[in-house]
Design a protein around this ligand. Structure first.
Ligand SMILES: [Zn+2]
Length: 133
């Protein structure tokens, strides 16, 4: 029995499978809606969900912003076999950002996380005019 064509295409689009079959490894690709570069794959070894994440590393502050806006965050693992994404649960996030890992947010179209974290607007450039004397 073969999978229906739409299911095969969905699994390819979400990064859950490739030409070699179902894989745990994430694959870089572009979002189908906004064309932003993302990485997609399964987010756990068992009972996994599909993870589609932005390629913007988070700090502790930006991870908190992501969680407050109901976005999942993922630990990005890179090893010899490929790239893995792992969902960060409440126990992972309570311990902050590990120094040897990259944390990336769930992708939301046209919502790059860093843009909304500026507390004060950027200052206009100072113009150096000639003094009036
Ligand atoms: Zn998108």
């Amino acid at each position: 029995m073969t999978a229906p064509r739409w299911l095969t295409q969905h699994l390819l689009d979400t990064g859950a499978t490739d030409a070699h079959g179902i894989t745990r490894h994430a694959r870089p690709r572009h979002c189908k809606r906004c064309s932003a570069p993302v990485i997609a794959g399964l987010d756990a070894d068992a009972a996994a969900g599909t993870a589609i994440a932005d390629l913007t590393p988070l700090s502790a502050q930006t991870e908190l912003a992501a969680l407050l806006s109901a976005r999942r965050t993922y630990t990005l693992w890179v090893d010899k076999t490929g790239i893995l994404l792992e969902h960060r649960n409440q126990f992972d996030t309570a311990n902050g950002i590990p120094k040897d890992k990259h944390i990336i947010p769930e992708h939301r179209c046209h919502r790059i996380l860093g843009e909304h974290l500026t507390v004060t607007p950027p200052r206009p450039p100072v113009e150096n005019e000639e003094p009036p004397f």
